[in-house]
Design a protein around this ligand. Structure first.
Ligand SMILES: Nc1ncnc2c1ncn2[C@@H]1O[C@H](COP(=O)(O)OP(=O)(O)OP(=O)(O)O)[C@@H](O)[C@H]1O
Ligand SMILES: [Mg+2]
Length: 222
């Protein structure tokens, strides 16, 4: 469902260019649970944001379902993202002006769901993530770990076809981390395609394939 062909990304540096991703070839099938691992600065977040269609400034070919993403404009890419993808950002990126409950409602607002049903889904998700008591707080009033939980909840709440998660448990206690991984495992068994970035060997083992990225190159495709 996801295919990258010769995808490269670089930034201008002086007279030359600094390559963050080199000749990336990647195939992801529906129902895969893929882990991307690699040192800091390897390009993991950059790769995830290209796959998530948040970044359009790269070269090569990218096919998502039947769509040639490399030929789409910003608006078309954003529509695909909203329709199919739940994204957990490494730095959470919760909307600061909105409460926890309002942040969780955003992905649902992109779907054709009645307001009453949306409220019920938000309530259920708050409950499932043990954050009911935080629903009216703003992100800045939460601890880092709590913000991360909300970020994961927001990514899964609208049952996206694909979940892209950038170190989704990096700030959590190991028990909470395990809960998130068990949730991903269950969603994956129900058919959700997942690509996660992690430094944690235990969490990597939840997936069916590990892709190693070093200095922008895939050194082992899994
Ligand atoms: N705007 C930019 N200009 C120049 N270089 C950039 C820019 N943004 C990112 N980079 C570089 O791209 C490289 C890859 O960054 P990226 O965030 O994808 O790494 P990562 O593998 O996610 O690392 P980490 O494990 O620390 O999260 C880094 O060397 C970074 O400095
Ligand atoms: Mg990163």
């Amino acid at each position: 469902m996801i295919e990258l062909r010769n995808v490269e990304k670089s930034y201008p540096v002086g007279a030359g260019r600094y390559y963050v991703l080199r000749r990336i070839e990647m195939q992801v099938h529906e129902g895969d649970f893929i882990t991307i691992m690699g040192p800091s600065g390897a390009g993991k977040s950059t790769l995830l944001s290209i796959i998530g269609m948040l970044d359009g400034d790269w070269s090569g070919e990218y096919y998502f379902l039947d769509h040639p993403v490399h030929k789409l404009n910003v608006k078309q890419r954003a529509e695909l993202n909203k329709k199919y993808i739940g994204f957990v950002f490494q730095q959470y990126h919760l909307l600061e002006g909105l409460t926890v409950a309002e942040n969780l409602d955003i992905p649902l607002s992109y779907r054709n769901i009645k307001a009453a049903d949306r409220q019920a889904i938000v309530a259920d998700t708050l409950d499932r993530f043990h954050i009911v008591g935080k629903k009216d707080l703003f992100p800045s009033q939460l601890s880092g770990g709590q913000q991360q939980l909300v970020a994961v909840a927001r990514a899964v709440i609208a049952s996206p076809k694909v979940i892209l998660a950038d170190e989704p448990t990096g700030n959590l206690h190991s028990t909470q981390g395990k809960e998130i991984m068990e949730l991903f495992k269950r969603l994956n068994e129900e058919g959700t395609t997942i690509i996660q970035v992690t430094h944690n060997e235990n969490w990597a083992a939840y997936g069916n394939r590990i892709i190693h990225l070093v200095d922008g190159w895939i050194t082992s495709p899994g």
